[in-house]
Each structure stands twice: as structure tokens, then as C-alpha cells.
Design a protein around this ligand. Structure first.
Ligand code: FE
Length: 205
């Protein structure tokens, strides 16, 4: 909806489609509301941030996550649609992982919520495969030239979660404080975890 309350063409199409599906008995509008409410407000990238913060703080959990991400993530209570078979990809000094779905928009809903427009866009889906370094630059991420970029294509069966590198100078932070440094983009590979020292400088300058 725009600032004047008018419905966009897309809103109108969605509403028309929803009415039709309800009328034909394919969907229950109340169930649909619960579903939307859940993924808009209760499931989002903060779930993934908890997973990453736990992996940074607990070596046994990190090993488990890299070995069997579905089970490790489920142990924190994050399960459900589009998170049935998760694989965690660890970023290191040598390798930086990025995630895409070249076919459509497969995405780990249970840890990141619903995918963003750019993730579903044709330019991202095609370009990240051909020119991942260029895509990173567009996102404002500069990595050393010798770091290997690996691009992983999600499917209906496998969803990826990037485990970003833990920022330096965070040894004293607890899990809550660590989780606050984990951005959604850092778990897709189009960003890095926030550096607390940079954050502090930005807020004081
Ligand atoms: Fe897909």
C-alpha cells in the first residue's frame, strides 16, 4: 500500500488470488493469517543469529552445526517449513561462502525468516554465480583477493546457513551481545558480521 492508502497492482493481484483460493476452498483464511503472522513477526534472522552466536561461543555446538546443521539448529527450537534439511557453511580466512537459489527463491525460513526481494531477483540469482566478487562489492564488502569465494545453490531439499567469521575483539562478549553482531546478510554471505569496535566508533562520532 502507498502513503495514500491505495493498493498497488501487486496488492490487488494478491488479494484477488487469495479470494479466489478461499472461495474455491483451497485455503483457510485463518490458517493463512497465522502463517503470515508467524513468518512476519516470530520467525526471522534473529533465530539464525542465535545459532551463529552459539556456534561462536560453544566449540561442541559449532562442530555439531557443521556436522549436522538440521539437528543442531532444531536443538535451539528452530524447526519448520523450509528448514528440514539444513547445511551450515563456515567462513574462514581462506574461504567465503555465499548462498543463492538460481532457480527460484529457496531460503532457510526457519532461521532467516522470509527471503528478501533482492534474494529473489533475477540479477542477484544470475550474477552471484558469474561474478560473486562484483556482487560483494555492490553490497559494500571487500575481501582479500586471495580468499576463495564459493557459491552454493539452494534447492527444495537443501538450505544453507553461512556461519560468518567471528569478528576480532569479541572474546569478552556473551551470546546475546554476539548475536547482535550477526546480520542477516552475513548468514547469506552477502555481508560480514559487524565489528563491535567499528560500531562503537560509528555511534560516538
Ligand atoms: Fe528455489
Amino acid at each position: 500500500m502507498d502513503a495514500h492508502g491505495a493498493l498497488s497492482d501487486m496488492d490487488l493481484r494478491v488479494r484477488a488470488l487469495e479470494s479466489l483460493l478461499v472461495e474455491k476452498g483451497y485455503i483457510d483464511p485463518q490458517a493463512l493469517d497465522v502463517f503470515i503472522e508467524t513468518y512476519e513477526h516470530r520467525v526471522g534472522p534473529r533465530n539464525g543469529a542465535r545459532v551463529v552466536a552459539r556456534a561462536w561461543s560453544d566449540p561442541a555446538f559449532r562442530t555439531w552445526l557443521l556436522d549436522d546443521a538440521t539437528a543442531a539448529i532444531a536443538s535451539l527450537g528452530y524447526t519448520g517449513r523450509q528448514g528440514e534439511h539444513m547445511v551450515a557453511l563456515e567462513n574462514t580466512e581462506r574461504v567465503h561462502n555465499m548462498v543463492v537459489c538460481t532457480l527460484c527463491s529457496c531460503y532457510p525460513w526457519s532461521v532467516l525468516g522470509l527471503p528478501l526481494v533482492w534474494y529473489k531477483s533475477a540479477p542477484y540469482r544470475s550474477r552471484v554465480v558469474i561474478d560473486p566478487r562484483g556482487v560483494l562489492e555492490d553490497f559494500g564488502v571487500a575481501l582479500p583477493d586471495d580468499i576463495e569465494l564459493r557459491v552454493w545453490d539452494s534447492t527444495a531439499e537443501i538450505r544453507y546457513l553461512v556461519l560468518p567469521m567471528r569478528p576480532p575483539g569479541t572474546g569478552h562478549l556473551d551470546e546475546d551481545a554476539l548475536a547482535a553482531l550477526v546480520t542477516r546478510d552475513s548468514m547469506i554471505g552477502t555481508g560480514l558480521a559487524l565489528n563491535p569496535n567499528t560500531l562503537a566508533r560509528e555511534t560516538t562520532s
